[in-house]
Unconditional design. Structure first.
Length: 179
């Protein structure tokens, strides 16, 4: 049996199961966390505090993140986070490959923990290059600080509910690996 065929037959169902489980998990946490929002401190201008791991970001840091995003990320992910193919961001192009995904509220970035998002930017995409345009690694081009401010800026594109759900996912992942 061809190894590519075997891999696709095993990996594709597993991928769909993981997506379904993630969706169910996120729906369950949404219900349990309904109405819960993290508010910024009294001196901060933000309505919702942007956080990565244990770090909270100021408006100035978010502006830095926006600048870096515009210079480096927007060419593929869109200036407003709408994805590489804004007309059909979740559809393959004429080559049969999917483009860089949206990072705004229509995308799936918020389905990943902070650690996973940092890893994607640092190490690059982890997908099949025959089906997806692979994201290059930026770990040598950007500092850890720059990666975090870019991700913090991307989080400003999400809804409050998406940020809360992603925060819950990150906290649950942290607690799983801290014991």
């Amino acid at each position: 049996m061809d190894n590519k065929w075997r891999l696709s037959c095993c990996a594709l169902p597993l991928f769909f199961i993981m997506c379904i489980c993630s969706t169910l998990f996120l729906l369950a946490t949404t219900r349990s966390n309904a109405g819960r929002q993290e508010s910024a401190g009294a001196g901060d201008q933000q309505t919702t505090q942007i956080q990565i791991l244990d770090r909270r970001f100021t408006d100035s840091e978010l502006e830095q993140g926006q600048t870096i995003y515009t210079q480096i990320c927007a060419a593929c992910h869109g200036i407003d986070g709408q994805g590489q193919f804004p007309e059909a961001p979740l559809e393959p192009d004429s080559t049969g490959r999917f483009g860089a995904p949206p990072h705004n509220e229509t995308g799936h970035s918020w389905h990943h923990s902070d650690v996973s998002l940092i890893r994607y930017v640092t190490e690059g995409g982890f997908s099949d290059s025959t089906r997806y345009y692979t994201m290059p690694p930026f770990g040598e081009a950007l500092t850890d600080e720059q990666i975090q401010v870019v991700l913090a800026y991307i989080k400003t594109m999400w809804t409050d509910e998406q940020r809360a759900m992603q925060r819950q996912l990150t906290e649950e992942e942290e607690s799983m690996f801290s014991n």
